[in-house]
Design a protein around this ligand. Structure first.
Ligand SMILES: NC(=O)c1ccc[n+]([C@@H]2O[C@H](COP(=O)([O-])OP(=O)(O)OC[C@H]3O[C@@H](n4cnc5c(N)ncnc54)[C@H](OP(=O)(O)O)[C@@H]3O)[C@@H](O)[C@H]2O)c1
Length: 327
């Protein structure tokens, strides 16, 4: 298959390019080049903010095009300019209008599509992705829309899946501080499982919209698995959510956070999805523990001089422990 990947220089796109190459496909990526593409894969440098950016790859038909874009304008221009009979659009669980319902299927309501070509802020992420989906589903030929849940494993620069394993491997005291919400539903998918299914969907020209994530588990199970894969003697120490909020610990991701924690009740089932349709079409996901072990291995290769994208720093965790001792 002659496969064009719009992206390929970062986390998921790099994994898709690798999986496609390993299955013997002829792979071309188009991106600005913020990172490398895998060996054996061609990179065409272009900035999709430019209207004519796709000209170097629009002169021939592709067997399939995989698009990782988020901006509707990028996807609309790809539909306009590229010749292919099958498109795979990487979308997200953020398209759903509600997040308080367990494991929604693909028929659940989505937010209204963004009309503009660009987002004015990340609060428009879901609407932008809906607009990308609409553009691709309207294109001639077949298309797979892949609504991915939280993606984890090696290369997760957001640190969301690597933080707890890494923290258990490098404790700052006798325990590791975790949010006291062990029953919080959590689900995630290993980047290489998602990539493998994207390539399969392109090969088989799977037509339709599909949720793609791992089985629903819990924050408590993630923390236990993180401790096991780190082989850590440190105990998990749950911290009440109101204390975390009072001490300025952020939710879900980013600096000074405890990842995967969401206090808002309407967001409680955010990461869970019904994936039975994708599984019928060949999606296979590995055990959570394996993904966390792979995320830990990736974290251990990180340049320690660069701040982590999420979690508590050593100093922040020690300060929080001291604050708890003073209560
Ligand atoms: N991470 C998660 O947990 C999660 C969950 C659900 C869905 N998703 C979706 O999964 C995908 C993740 O993709 P990813 O990890 O490969 O990386 P990404 O950070 O989303 O970037 C996508 C690709 O687009 C390229 N790109 C961005 N702006 C561009 C421009 N102006 N011109 C040309 N290329 C441009 C980037 O390369 P350059 O910077 O080199 O140009 C990159 O290779 C996205 O679609 C995301 O919305 C992610």
């Amino acid at each position: 298959m002659e496969l064009l990947i719009l992206g390929g220089t970062r986390f998921l796109g790099y994994a898709v390019a690798t999986a496609a190459r390993d299955r013997g496909h002829d792979v071309t990526c188009l991106a600005r080049g913020s990172g490398p593409v895998p060996d054996g894969v061609r990179l065409v440098l272009a900035d999709r903010d430019d209207d004519g950016a796709l000209a170097p790859v629009s002169d021939r038909p592709w067997d399939a095009v995989v698009d990782l874009a988020t901006l509707p304008g990028h996807v609309r221009r790809a539909v306009r300019d590229l010749h292919t009979s099958h498109r795979v659009q990487v979308s997200t669980a953020n398209v759903y209008a509600r997040a308080d319902t367990p494991e929604q299927d693909e028929q659940a309501p989505v937010v209204d599509p963004l009309e503009a070509d660009v987002m004015s802020g990340m609060e428009e992420y879901g609407a932008a992705k809906v607009a990308c989906e609409v553009a691709v589903r309207r294109a001639p030929g077949t298309s797979t829309v892949v609504r991915a849940g939280l993606i984890g494993g090696p290369g997760d620069a957001s640190g969301r899946t690597g933080y707890y394993p890494w923290r258990f491997a490098h404790p700052t005291g006798p325990d590791v501080l975790v949010p006291d919400d062990p029953e919080l539903p959590v689900s995630l998918i290993d980047v290489d499982d998602l990539a493998a299914w994207i390539v399969l969907a392109a090969e088989r020209r799977v037509d339709g919209t599909f949720n793609a994530t791992g089985p629903t588990t819990s924050l408590g199970a993630v923390v236990d698995a993180a401790r096991r894969v780190a082989g850590s003697g440190a105990e998990a120490r749950p911290v009440a959510l109101d204390v975390l909020a009072r001490e300025g610990v952020n939710q879900w991701m980013g600096p000074r956070s405890l990842p995967l924690w969401i206090a808002e009740p309407t967001m409680r089932w955010f990461s869970t999805l019904d994936t039975s349709a994708a599984r019928r079409e060949g999606l296979v996901t590995r055990p959570l523990e394996e993904t966390l072990a792979r995320a830990l291995a990736y974290e251990e290769t990180r340049d320690e001089a660069r701040p982590r994208a999420c979690g508590l720093t050593d100093e922040e965790e020690r300060a929080l422990r001291s604050a708890l001792a003073g209560e």
